[in-house]
Design a protein around this ligand. Sequence first.
Ligand SMILES: NC(=O)c1ccc[n+]([C@@H]2O[C@H](COP(=O)([O-])OP(=O)(O)OC[C@H]3O[C@@H](n4cnc5c(N)ncnc54)[C@H](OP(=O)(O)O)[C@@H]3O)[C@@H](O)[C@H]2O)c1
Length: 328
Amino acid sequence: MIGGMRILVTHSEPGAGLAWRRELAERLPDARIAIDAATPDGASEPAHAAGPGFEADWAVGWSPPADLFERQPRLRAFFSSGAGVDHLLRHPGLPPALPVVRLEDAGMATLMADYCLHALLHIAHRHDEYARRQAERRWHELAPIPREALPVGIVGMGVLGTRVAGAIARAGFPVRGFSRGPRRAEGVEGVETMHGAARWPDFLAATRVLVLLAPRTPETEDLIDAAALARLRPDGWVVNVARGALVVDADLIAALDSGRLAGAVLDVFREEPLPESHPFWHHPRIRITPHASAPTQVAVSAAQVAAKIAAMARGETPGGLVDRARGY
Ligand SMILES: NC(=O)c1ccc[n+]([C@@H]2O[C@H](COP(=O)([O-])OP(=O)(O)OC[C@H]3O[C@@H](n4cnc5c(N)ncnc54)[C@H](OP(=O)(O)O)[C@@H]3O)[C@@H](O)[C@H]2O)c1
């Protein structure tokens, strides 16, 4: 039954809770939707905040407060307002059997494909080198790097990785994808896919631009260390749009300093916001964006979450249900 259901919005970022509440209310007009009083929007907008007796059926959000699950014992599922759930699965209060559901694409795939394609074109057209020359007021033309000399390897061929692979392949770059299990790059012509520990060294050795789009799990933490970086083709690049913990920061800097790697484009970091003292900020071969490659599109995402809630209320299994043992 959808009418009468209670939904709690719990978002650590000011403004996001209100936006989610508004968009969900448009799609589920009969539901009671309140913002967790312990979040910034719940505190600043008491009219929309959940009162002491508000026991929700469903919760949606990002970085819920430490005691949320204790305060909300009747929850039937938690919906992540992002594609990643690693932070949620590490929440000490998350009940072991509570279903966790993530966003699938919800407008992020196009943004992610744009970001990665932009990074590649930037590399191919030598824009980093032009930026360095501009700082020195040097007028000096460089030949673009031919696309066939920039084979791309995408780690993580899920919802986002597959879309990124398609966009990059259509732009003329050779693309390989690597996933945990066997997976065909459906609907993407000319993309070779590999999986499994035995193929990992071959995948890296065939890659010059490594694009990271796998979730943070115990298996992927520190995956990109000195040994992995050493296997990439010479003058390689790392584009990390997944999670900072996939890369060993010190090993990345060492590979850049030694000239083994040509550059890195980083959108995600072990600690966010990236601390002012972090060496990434000042490194001449690193470009940084503040976890901005594919921000959640609230209207599309709320429509998706509303549909998933309706499916679960009917007793169906929604898309994006997280496998808690696998970690994504
Ligand atoms: N920067 C941002 O703004 C932003 C925005 C959205 C998402 N993200 C990140 O992007 C990640 C991917 O999102 P998605 O929606 O594409 O997830 P997804 O559909 O679950 O796809 C995950 C992919 O990673 C693969 N994978 C998992 N563990 C692996 C391992 N140990 N080695 C190699 N591949 C592995 C999976 O392999 P199988 O195919 O075998 O399962 C799958 O292909 C999210 O988890 C999130 O961290 C970042």
